[in-house]
Each structure stands twice: as structure tokens, then as C-alpha cells.
Design a protein around this ligand. Sequence first.
Ligand code: NDP
Length: 250
Amino acid sequence: MESLRELVLARSHSMALGILIAGAVIFPFLLAVPAPYGRHWKPGWGPTLSARTAWVVQEVPSFVIFVALWAVHPQRGALTVFLPGLLFTVHYFQRVFVYSLMQRGAKKPNPLLTVLMAIAFNAANASGNAVSLAARPLDAAFLAGVAIFLAGFAVNLHSDRVLRGLRGPGETGYKIPTGGLYQWVSAPNYLGEMMEWLGFAIATQTLAGWAFFAFTFANLAPRALTHHRWYRAKFPEYPRERRALIPYVL
Ligand code: NDP
């Protein structure tokens, strides 16, 4: 595992640059063509998996790879390495072992193509972030970053829970979500996710962390806009003052 860590570390800079470039490519693409899963799924994207299987299979590499490399980090005893590592691990534990298993409408199709792309991203992102962590001063940026991450995590968890509560067992339809940040935006789960990785980047000050935040924005901001337009078209009574992603702004 030590030699694997050395190998990844030597490539972490170019992997982060690759993720930044991928984000720049997918951003305009996703503005034009929504990622074909959930409400935007359409036939024609090849073989599919059930949504639940897709989520577990595509996210579990993030958890396993990150934990394996973080566990052998030579500075893992430093708080500024340990705490961001713990936040990353808890986020992905939740995504793989809680979110995926509690999802409603989990039998919907999800293209294998997007799953394979997510696995490639997650493997590069988790390994690059694990090896790039480095001990740094316990300064205001670190503390602010951790606070932003925790606030984002709370927003993401609560918002996904609201969505889950809109369906009974076996239901697959859509309703207008209310409560929490849904009062202001259509996709507070994505806003929370972005806050998490912004906080992580501020706390860790690594290129890998900033690349992860930029990619998350490039991936989810277009999807928030598409969800918002979809809600307005589907529900004539949809609250007019609600924005897509950022209260009062976007
Ligand atoms: P969505 O908001 O599209 O859907 C989340 C879940 O809620 C799905 O099961 C969906 O069902 C259901 N749902 C959504 N809206 C409604 C509604 N109005 N009524 C009833 N049920 C609804 O989120 P994603 O699936 O895109 O993402 C899930 C999580 O993963 C989020 O927390 C997101 O932040 C995170 N994520 C992170 C990424 C990253 O780049 N870091 C990338 C993608 C996701 P259905 O599937 O049937 O539409």
C-alpha cells in the first residue's frame, strides 16, 4: 500500500489537472444534455443497472480507495490531515451505505455508461485527494473550511431526506418538495454537496481538493438548472420565487 501511495502521489498533480479539464468539458455539455438518470433518463444510452446498484457500485470505490490510502498517510496523526480525511470518509460512508440503501424509486434504470464514468472519476478523485492531504497550520482557513463542510453536509442530508419523504414504498412519481432550503431553491441537496467540497478545498488547500469542488460545480449546477426548469414545466403551481441553486441569485 505504501508503494501504491508513492505511485499515486507522483501522479496526483496531473490527475487533478485532468479532473479540472473534465469539469470544463462536461459543464457546457450538461447544460445542453442532462445526465440521463432519475427524472432525465431516456432510452438510447445503452445497457442499464437499477438506480440502487448503480449508486453503490459507482460510489464504493471512493470510500474504499480513500480509506486505504488515508490509513497509510505518513502524517495521518496531524489534525489537519486526520479531520479532512474523516469528513471525506463519513460523506462517502453515508452515500454508499445509507443514501443508496434508503433511496425510494431505486429500481429505475441508470445507464452503465454513466456508472463507468463515475467510477473512473471517483477512483482518480479519491486517490488524488487522499495522497494530497498534508499537515498545515490549524488556522482560520482550516476552521472555516471545516465549518462550511459541516453546514453543507447538514443541508445535503436534510434535503435528500425531504425528497425521500415525498414517496411511499414502491412509489416513483414526483411532488413539489417543501421545507428547509426548498423554500428558496429547487436543488438544496446539490447546494449542500457543493458547500461540502468548497469547505474541504478551503480546509485542505490542495489542488486535488479545488479540482473536486470545481468538478462538483460543473456536474451539479447544470443539473440544478435542468431540475428547476423541469419543476416549472411540470407543476403550474410551482413557487415563482424559488430559484434553482443559490437563494435570490441563481
Ligand atoms: P436528485 O435530487 O435528482 O434525486 C435524489 C433522489 O430523490 C432520487 O431518488 C430521486 O428520484 C428523488 N427525488 C428527486 N426529486 C423528487 C421529487 N420532486 N419527488 C419525489 N422524489 C424525488 O439527486 P441525484 O440523484 O442527482 O443525486 C443524489 C445525491 O447524490 C445528492 O445528494 C447529490 O448531491 C449527490 N451527487 C453528488 C455528485 C457529485 O458530483 N459530488 C454527483 C451526483 C450526485 P429519481 O431518481 O426517481 O428522480
